[in-house]
Each structure stands twice: as structure tokens, then as C-alpha cells.
Design a protein around this ligand. Structure first.
Ligand SMILES: Nc1ncnc2c1ncn2[C@@H]1O[C@H](COP(=O)(O)OP(=O)(O)OP(=O)(O)O)[C@@H](O)[C@H]1O
Length: 258
């Protein structure tokens, strides 16, 4: 079983390294959470995996393919990315935004929309509960609705690897649980999921594997219950926390900033 394998990745955006000699694994068909304080390097790392930045050194492989060596189109056929905030689609309808996810699959000679593409887009909107919004201008949607449309565009890509940068940050609690249920069903369909997230309780209870970053380095990696200890939360976040057994599972209760 392989998945995403990052080895010795160092990223600098003009100054000292922002991501420094990072090794991490996101196992295939699992949900991996990438956690760490603000500025730890999570978005920079994800952006590099999807080809937005060139690393100074290191390798990124997905199921044997050298992701950094693929051209954009080939990479987009394997891998979809849901950004933290994207504002480029403001003049498009929701359906047009989702259809952007099919561009990597369009043959150069295509003269019109392919019915199979339209089906993928409609299914993706439906999985996000956004079918009724298809004709709306993207810019008129609420933050949470826009976040769902971005996820629908990524799903329309039918990715084998899905990278998400805080995809639930604008969603209400029901929306958060629905997105995690959707990610779980994608993982069951053999999609490999890597997501940056701040909610440590969701990380503890909904992810299969966690990678913790701090100051550009990976400081822990493993099963959530083994990684997210009270000690690690104190060391990495500077927060005193208690991990308790709640009625339906473990819960982290945050007490005070140290
Ligand atoms: N283009 C850039 N030029 C210089 N520094 C940058 C650039 N982009 C990001 N940084 C810096 O790199 C560090 C890591 O940023 P990054 O956005 O990857 O962190 P993050 O872990 O995703 O944080 P957050 O949880 O706040 O989203 C930060 O200190 C940030 O200020």
C-alpha cells in the first residue's frame, strides 16, 4: 500500500526555509490530517505538492509517480486541491466553477461539453448538497457555500489524491460533519486524503493518520491517539489541555494558554 510519500522536502520562498527537510506519508485510501500552529508551513507544503512552488530539494511521489516531475495537466488528472480561499471564479456560475474540475480531462479537439463531464459535475454538486445552486453566480454565495463548491470542483476531478487546506473553516457544525462523512466515503473508494486542519478534536476523531508540523518541521507522525497527547499539545501549541473520555469517544478539552 503506497500513498503520498514526501521525502526531504525543503521549500524557501526567497528567504530562509519555510519547510525544512520534511518527510511525511499520507497512506493510500486514508484520511491524513496535517496539523500545527499558524505559520507552521502546512499551506506551503500542500501548495508545493500540487505544484504551486518549486522546492529547493526533496521528492514527492504518489503511488510510484513523481508528482513534481509531471506536467500540470497530468498532475491534475491524479490530484485535486481545495484551497483555503480562492477568489478567481467570481464571474462564473456555480456550475461553471465545478466544470473547471474537468478541464484536465478535456481532449484538445473537444468542441462542446461532454455529457460524461456534465454527469461528474452534477454528481459532485449533489454530493455536496449544492445542486440547487448550480445556476447561481459564485460570488453571491456565502463563505460556507463557496467552500462546498470548491470541494465539488475537486470531486469533479475524480482525484486519486485529494489535498485540502482547512476545508471546513467556514462550515457550520453540520457542514463539518457532512464534509468528514464525504471524505470518509472518498477514502473508502481508495482516494488518498491529506488535509490541513486546526480543529484538534476533528483531527483526533475523524482522521486515520496525523502529521504535526511546527516551525517548518515535522515533529510527530502517527495514529491520532498516539500523536495528540497532552504533552504534544503543550509543547507545540503552548496550550494546557486534557484528553478525556467523553460519552462517544475521546475529547480534548483546552484549559489555558501556557
Ligand atoms: N510568499 C511568501 N513569502 C515569504 N514568506 C511566506 C510566504 N508564504 C508564506 N510565508 C511564511 O511561511 C510561513 C508558513 O506559512 P504557511 O501559510 O505555510 O503556514 P500554515 O501552517 O499554513 O499557517 P496557517 O495555519 O496560519 O494557515 C509563515 O511564517 C508565512 O508568513
Amino acid at each position: 500500500m503506497t500513498g503520498l510519500e514526501v521525502r526531504g522536502l525543503t521549500i524557501s520562498l526567497g528567504g530562509p526555509p519555510i519547510v525544512d527537510r520534511v518527510d511525511l506519508t499520507a497512506p493510500r485510501g486514508k484520511i491524513t490530517g496535517l496539523v500545527g500552529p499558524n505559520g507552521a508551513g502546512k499551506s506551503t507544503l500542500i501548495g508545493t505538492v500540487v505544484g504551486l512552488n518549486r522546492p529547493v530539494e526533496g521528492t514527492v511521489h504518489f503511488s510510484g509517480d513523481d508528482l513534481l516531475g509531471l506536467d500540470r495537466r497530468a498532475r491534475a488528472r491524479l490530484c485535486a486541491y481545495v484551497e483555503q480561499a480562492a477568489t478567481t471564479e467570481e464571474r462564473l456560475t456555480v456550475a461553471e466553477v465545478v466544470a473547471l474540475g474537468r478541464i484536465p480531462f478535456a481532449p484538445a479537439w473537444a468542441s462542446g461539453p461532454d455529457p460524461a463531464d456534465e454527469k461528474s459535475c452534477m454528481e459532485a454538486l449533489s454530493r455536496l448538497g449544492m445542486s440547487a445552486f448550480a445556476g447561481r453566480q459564485f460570488a453571491t454565495l456565502s463563505g460556507g457555500e463557496q467552500q462546498r463548491v470548491h470541494m465539488a470542483r475537486a470531486l469533479a476531478q475524480q482525484p486519486q489524491l485529494l489535498l485540502l487546506d482547512e476545508p471546513t473553516s467556514s462550515l457550520d457544525i453540520r457542514g463539518q460533519l457532512q464534509v468528514f462523512a464525504l471524505l470518509r466515503s472518498l477514502a473508502t473508494e481508495d482516494c488518498t486524503v491529506l488535509m490541513a486542519l486546526h480543529d484538534l478534536n476533528l483531527a483526533l476523531t475523524r482522521c486515520d493518520w496525523l502529521v504535526v508540523m511546527n516551525h517548518g518541521r515535522v515533529v510527530a507522525e502517527g495514529a491520532p491517539m498516539e500523536v495528540l497527547t497532552e504533552r504534544l499539545i503543550a509543547d507545540v501549541y503552548g496550550v494546557e489541555a486534557r484528553r478525556i473520555q467523553g460519552p462517544v469517544g475521546p475529547v480534548i478539552v483546552f484549559e489555558t494558554a501556557l
